[in-house]
Design a protein. Sequence first.
Length: 93
Amino acid sequence: LAPLFRVLFNSAWAMGLWSYHQAHWCDPGAVPDRWHRFVRAAGDTLPIAPARPAWQPGQATLCKKCQAPRPERAHHCVLCGMCVLRMDHHCPW
């Protein structure tokens, strides 16, 4: 029973470590250029909501750090120094 437990435990640990490294080292996805072109084309007609901790579906928000509009679900990454689309790239869980 002990060897089986060791194999299962070490397999789960290795998969967890692999998943962590995959999430940490993958490209977080910067806000695409087409979004910036859309914002410039829309000009003042694009409604930009103030940034709040709660999710604001379908609304562009203004990044407090970059002072630039960002699409919904984008967040400013302090480590990368830019707004990213997938904030889980530095999350260990």
